[in-house]
Design a protein around this ligand. Structure first.
Ligand code: ADP
Ligand code: MG
Length: 429
C-alpha cells in the first residue's frame, strides 16, 4: 500500500471554496493510486468561530484562567469539527471517507497539556480503513495520554501529527498544504520579492522554521528527517508542485543543484530584550577575570530562575557587563517576578524582533556578517544585539523596523534571484 499523508491548514479549510480545492487534491492522490490519510487543522484563523485562538479567548472571557486539562479538551474540538465536516464533504463528493479523532487514530502522547509530545502511534485502525479503500481524515494537533486524557500538541501541532503519521504508516510522502505556494526565501507577507524554493534540505527548512518561518513546524521537519520521508509544502488553491523537502543525499544526486549560501530570511516578532547587569567599575585584567566569573554565575542563577518560571530564553550573550537575552512579550511579567527574587538589576527593552539570515552553506564563508551589518547600517536600522551559529546569523532590531530589516537583508543577499554558490561567494568577498 502506497500511503500519502495530506495535511490541510486552517486557512485551507476555512471556506467551502477552499475545501473544494482540498477535496480535489485528495481526489488526485487517490487517482494516482495512493491510500490517503488527511490531517486537518481547525478551520480559519483567530476571529473565525472554531479557530484555536478563538476558542482560547472565548474560554478566558468567561472563566479567566482555564485549567490546562479543560483547555486542551476545549481546543481539541476545533480539529474535531474540521475532521467531521471535511469527511462529510469528501463523502458527498463521491470519495469514501471516515473521520477519526486523535485518540481514535491511536495517537498517544505524554501528559504535558498544551504542548504534548507524541510518544507512539498505534495505526491499526487507520490501516484497516485504508485497506478498505477509505480515505481517513484525522484531527491534527491532538492525542491521548495513557490514562485517557485528551491533549494538544502546541503551535504547529497539526504539522507534527502529519509527520508522525507519515512515519507510523511508512508513507511515501507527507504533503503540507497551506495558503502559500511553498517555502519562500522570506515570509511573502513581508517581502514582495520573496521567491519560492523548488527544493530545500531538511536542515535548511528546519533552521528557517526554527527561526520563525512558520510555514512548517520545526518539530514536524525533525520527525520526517529522522526517517528520511520526503515532505512537500504546497498551495491548496493551486496544483503547482510547491517545495520538496529532502535530504542532502538527494542534493548530492544533483536534484537541488549547487548548494546555496543563504536559504532565506526568517523573523520572530514580539520579543523583549532583558539585560541583567553587574555593578560596574574600572577593572584590571585580574578583576576582569573575576568579573567574567561573576557574570557566568549570574547567568547560571538567571537561567535557573527562568527555567523554573517556565520562560524560554533565546539570544543569550554573556560579557563582563552581565548577561542579556530575549524572551517572548507574553512571558515578561513572569520573567520579571522570577528575576526580582534574585534582586537582579534589569534593563528591559520591549518591542524587539529578531531577523535571521539562514543558510547551510554560509559556514566559514567570510564576509556574511559584514554584509548584514553594512546593509542594516546603511538603512539606519539599529542592531540591538547579534549572534551567530554555523547556519544562522541573528540580529535583534526594533519591532517597528522589522519589515524593513527583512526586506533589506533579502535584497542584500539577492534572494529574489536564483544564484549559484560560486556567485554567492563572490558577492560577499
Ligand atoms: P497553516 O494554517 O496552513 O498551517 P501557517 O499560517 O501556519 O498556515 O503558515 C503559512 C504562512 O507562513 C504563510 O501564510 C506565510 O505568511 C508564512 N511564512 C513565513 N515564512 C515563510 C516562508 N519562508 N515561506 C513561506 N511562508 C512563510
Ligand atoms: Mg501552520
Amino acid at each position: 500500500m502506497r500511503v500519502l499523508v495530506q495535511k490541510f491548514g486552517g486557512t485551507s479549510l476555512h471556506t467551502r471554496e477552499m475545501r473544494k480545492h482540498a477535496i480535489e487534491h485528495v481526489r488526485e492522490a487517490t487517482k494516482e493510486g495512493y491510500a490517503v490519510v488527511v490531517v486537518v487543522s481547525a478551520m480559519g484563523r483567530k476571529g473565525d468561530p472554531y479557530a484555536t485562538d478563538t476558542l482560547i479567548s472565548r474560554a478566558r472571557e468567561v472563566a479567566g484562567e482555564v485549567p490546562p486539562r479543560e483547555l486542551d479538551l476545549l481546543l481539541s474540538c476545533g480539529e474535531t469539527i474540521s475532521a467531521a465536516i471535511f469527511a462529510a464533504e469528501l463523502n458527498a463528493s463521491g470519495i469514501q471517507a471516515s473521520a477519526l479523532t486523535g485518540w481514535q487514530a491511536g495517537i498517544e502522547t505524554d501528559d504535558s497539556f498544551g504542548d504534548a509530545q507524541i510518544l507512539r502511534i498505534r495505526p491499526q485502525r487507520i490501516l484497516d480503513l485504508l485497506s478498505q479503500g477509505i480515505v481517513v481524515v484525522v484531527t491534527g494537533f491532538q492525542g491521548i495520554t495513557d490514562s485517557g486524557e485528551v491533549t494538544t500538541l502546541g503551535r504547529g501541532g497539526s504539522d507534527t501529527t502529519a509527520a508522525a503519521l507519515g512515519v507510523a504508516l511508512g508513507a511515501e510522502m507527507v504533503d503540507i498544504f497551506t495558503d502559500v505556494d511553498g517555502v519562500m526565501t522570506a515570509d511573502p507577507r513581508l517581502v514582495d520579492e520573496a521567491r519560492r524554493l523548488d527544493v530545500v534540505t531538511y536542515n535548511e527548512i528546519f533552521n528557517l522554521a526554527y527561526q520563525g518561518a512558520k510555514v512548517v513546524h520545526p518539530r514536524a521537519v525533525e520527525v520526517v528527517m529522522a526517517h528520511n520521508i520526503p515532505m512537500r509544502v504546497r498551495q491548496t488553491s493551486s496544483s503547482t508542485a510547491g517545495t520538496l523537502i529532502t535530504s542532502v543525499t538527494e542534493m548530492d544526486r544533483g536534484r537541488i543543484g549547487p548548494a546555496r549560501l543563504v536559504t532565506g530570511i526568517a523573523h520572530t516578532a514580539h520579543l523583549v530584550q532583558v539585560k541583567v547587569l553587574l555593578p560596574q567599575a574600572s577593572l584590571d585584567d585580574e578583576e576582569q577575570e573575576e568579573r567574567t566569573r561573576q557574570a557566568l554565575e549570574l547567568e547560571a542563577a538567571v537561567f535557573q530562575r527562568m527555567a523554573s518560571a517556565g520562560v524560554s530564553v533565546d539570544f543569550i550573550n554573556v560579557n563582563t557587563l552581565g548577561t542579556s537575552f530575549t524572551i517572548a512579550e507574553e512571558d515578561l511579567s513572569r520573567a520579571k517576578a522570577a528575576l526580582e527574587e534574585i534582586h537582579a538589576v534589569l534593563r528591559i527593552r520591549s518591542g524587539c524582533a529578531k531577523v535571521s539570515v539562514v543558510g547551510a552553506g554560509m559556514h566559514g564563508v567570510p564576509g556574511v556578517m559584514a554584509k548584514i551589518v553594512t546593509a542594516l547600517t546603511k538603512t539606519r536600522i539599529p542592531i540591538l544585539q547579534s549572534a551567530d551559529s554555523h547556519t544562522t546569523i541573528w540580529c535583534l532590531v526594533p519591532q517597528e523596523r522589522l519589515q524593513e530589516a527583512v526586506v533589506t537583508l533579502h535584497d542584500a543577499f539577492e534572494l529574489g534571484k536564483s544564484i549559484t554558490l560560486t556567485a554567492a561567494r563572490e558577492a560577499v568577498s
